[in-house]
Design a protein around this ligand. Structure first.
Ligand SMILES: [Mn+2]
Length: 408
């Protein structure tokens, strides 16, 4: 039997707000990214038309919500319809989960009220049930797709893959769903959805699981080393958590043959990457040293001018120094954002010191301020109040030594 080629694409999150979050894209850049996000789907469709795989597999979160705006919905339907007659299988995810009001229900008001808007083509099969069901792949009698839709978070302890229908006995048996592999090494902080482990997946007996949800793609491997499936990851980087995103997956399967790593081909989709850098400011005492360290980290991360750079700062910043990575890098990158909430100013003040005597007449304003804050700190009722006093101390010292207060 001949090898079968498939394309796996998920987690585009079409319609997601791109302006907020830690990336803090200004409106013009957010708009540009919205255009580029749509281009991801356009590129995918062109690739599917060119390469004619047996099927396009979409395991969830194509949209950021099950009720996207009409422009996004019409755009997605038109683009996905353009790959016909290549069969398309969609298993809705936790963001675009199936509900009667969803864009995946042709009877929903959202779908119906678009008047002459495009309809999902007959080559598009959408799994709408929460229970797994098996569909044939038109034109490829040896291939089946078993899929389910996300409807709701399941009660704790539910193991959806533990009581899966038995896999068809022969041919290439694809499993398609949106779920959280426990222990996935490239997991993000994503909410848990349809939890499963490799033992359950292995036991279910499918040839390959095309799974969506985690935005960083990677193989799903059984304990004994057998490849069970993969996450394609998000084709487009949405947020600072999406470093490593930006791909879809081309895959090749043959019946009865174990899938090899080499049969998974990640295909770059997003021209830009989110490059997240951790920078410790401790011991860097002037802006030249800070700038040089940032340059080294960017070079090590192989950041290119097209990228979105996010710098997570930590450690202690030298007294009298202000460091703003966005200002330091100017126009060198598409966008630069920074998070300095974990930075502490390097003021050598020990608030717990018990022995400090009241400052004399010759004391500086700063010495008096620190002495008074230390008193308040000792009288504080709880940790929350102590944390506030520490913050106030740093802000006060900023004002006294820098002549300005930079809100953290
Ligand atoms: Mn998801």
């Amino acid at each position: 039997m001949e090898r079968v080629r498939l394309v796996q694409f998920s987690d585009l999150h079409l319609g997601a707000g791109l302006g907020g979050g830690k990336l803090a894209l200004p409106p013009a850049k957010a708009e540009k990214r919205r255009t580029e996000q749509r281009q991801c789907l356009t590129r995918l469709a062109a690739h599917v038309r060119d390469t004619r795989p047996a099927a396009l597999l979409i395991p969830g979160d194509l949209f950021d919500t099950g009720e996207p705006d009409v422009d996004d919905l019409n755009f997605a339907i038109n683009t996905i319809n353009s790959v016909a007659p290549v069969p398309v299988f969609i298993a809705p995810g936790n963001h675009d989960g199936y509900a009667p009001s969803s864009c995946y229900n042709p009877h929903s008001a959202l779908y119906q009220n678009r008047g002459s808007g495009p309809k999902w083509g007959s080559h598009v099969r959408i799994f709408t049930a929460e229970r797994f069901e098996t569909l044939p792949v038109p034109g490829h009698p040896a291939v089946t797709v078993t899929g389910a839709a996300f409807h709701r978070h399941m009660p704790e302890g539910t193991r959806p893959l533990a009581d899966l229908p038995r896999a068809p006995q022969t041919g290439i048996r694809i499993l398609l769903f949106h779920g959280s592999l426990q222990g996935y090494r490239r997991a993000g902080a994503d909410n848990e959805v349809l939890p499963f482990n490799t033992a359950e997946l292995d036991k279910a007996g499918y040839s390959y699981a095309a799974v969506g949800h985690y935005h960083r793609g990677g193989p799903i491997v059984a304990e004994r080393g057998r490849l069970l499936g993969a996450y394609a990851g998000a084709p487009f980087a949405l947020s600072v958590a999406d470093d490593g995103a930006g791909y879809w997956l081309d895959l090749e399967l043959a019946p009865g043959e174990p899938v090899k790593d080499a049969a998974l081909h990640p295909h770059r989709c997003d021209d830009r990457a989110v490059v997240r850098i951790e920078m410790d400011l401790t011991g860097l005492t002037d802006n030249a040293a800070l700038g040089q360290r940032l340059d080294e980290l960017l070079a090590a991360a192989k950041a290119t001018p097209r990228d979105l750079v996010h710098v997570a700062l930590r450690g202690r910043i030298a007294r009298g120094i202000r460091f703003d990575p966005a200002a330091a890098l100017g126009e060198r990158f598409f966008h630069v954002s920074a998070d300095d909430t974990r930075v502490e100013p390097d003021y050598a003040v020990d608030l717990d010191a018990q022995d400090a005597a009241e400052p004399g007449l010759a004391a500086t304003c700063e010495e008096l301020f620190v002495w008074r804050m230390r008193q308040l700190y000792r009288q504080a009722k709880d940790d929350a109040e102590r944390a506030r006093i520490k913050e106030a101390l740093f802000y006060g010292l900023d004002a006294l030594t820098l002549g300005e207060v930079h809100l953290r």
